[in-house]
Design a protein around this ligand. Structure first.
Ligand SMILES: [Ca+2]
Ligand SMILES: [Ca+2]
Length: 256
């Protein structure tokens, strides 16, 4: 290999390492998950969940309940790449006599914000006979609100709740929203339940929360710029040493 080729190889190696460092270290990986039946899994970020009330449904499902005395919860994720995309997925439970758009017993609204930006604001109904006709706004096609109780739900009556006169004791919605971390790499998800009657009458629940995002550092080490510089210099040094040895060998053995 000629000297030019060796230098080219060293430069290429250096360039590839530099490119790897410039790319996001970890993108779109699960950084937080919580099913409320075991401690949350937190990977490469800081995470704090406050508010709500730990609850167990009649059939044994553990989740975080929002009711009239614990209306909101906040999930704060830090240590993300500045302004990077973050996806929040979770199950929203509608529990017992949610009254949707009813002006007398609601509106039973659920609101989700990310860093102050509204991702979801909608009413939910489980079809209380007194208010079922008022419907709900969640799941309605544009311009066709309100819709029937539990429109858009992925499941009904899986948690074991009942309420007098209602066909739907509980409803489950699979929700997913993508937003951005702020310039400090932080995203605060705020969950808020409005206008509810006391627990035992109606509530919302959060469960199976999963957050995907891009972290600042990875568990597997990636060379720091200083290390890369040393590595690049080292590779060039090795190439130069090999070249010198070949020159000495050629001189000693009289070969071209
Ligand atoms: Ca659970
Ligand atoms: Ca209500």
């Amino acid at each position: 290999m000629s000297r030019i080729n060796k230098l080219a190889l060293a430069s290429l190696t250096f360039a590839v390492l530099g490119l790897a460092a410039a790319m996001p270290v970890r993108a779109d990986t699960v950084v937080y998950s919580n099913n409320f039946s075991s401690p949350p899994t937190v990977t490469g970020v800081s995470a704090t969940l406050t508010g709500g009330q730990a609850q167990t449904s009649p059939n044994g499902q553990q989740f975080l309940q929002l009711h009239s005395d614990a209306q909101n919860a906040n999930l704060t994720i830090g240590g993300l790449q500045a302004n990077s995309l973050v996806t929040l997925s979770f199950n929203l439970y509608g529990i017992q006599s949610l009254d949707g758009n009813s002006p007398n017993f609601g509106q039973d609204n659920f609101n989700l914000n990310a860093n102050g930006t509204t991702l979801l604001f909608a009413s939910f109904s489980n079809g209380n006979p007194a208010t079922a006709a008022e419907g709900q706004t969640y799941g309605c096609p544009p311009g066709l609100s309100p819709c029937a109780p539990a429109t858009g739900a992925s499941a009904i009556n899986t948690l074991g709740y009942t309420f007098a006169g209602q066909v739907i004791g509980d409803s489950t919605y699979n929700l997913s929203y993508t937003t951005n971390a702020d310039s400090s790499g932080v995203v605060v998800f705020s969950f808020f339940a409005f206008n509810l009657q006391p627990p035992g009458d109606e509530s919302f629940g959060l469960d199976n929360i999963v957050v995907n995002g891009s972290t600042l550092s990875a568990p597997t080490a990636v060379p720091e710029p200083t290390t890369m510089l040393l590595l690049g210099t080292g590779l060039a040094g090795v190439a130069a040493k090999v070249h010198r040895r070949r020159e000495i060998y050629k001189a000693e053995n009289d070969v071209e």
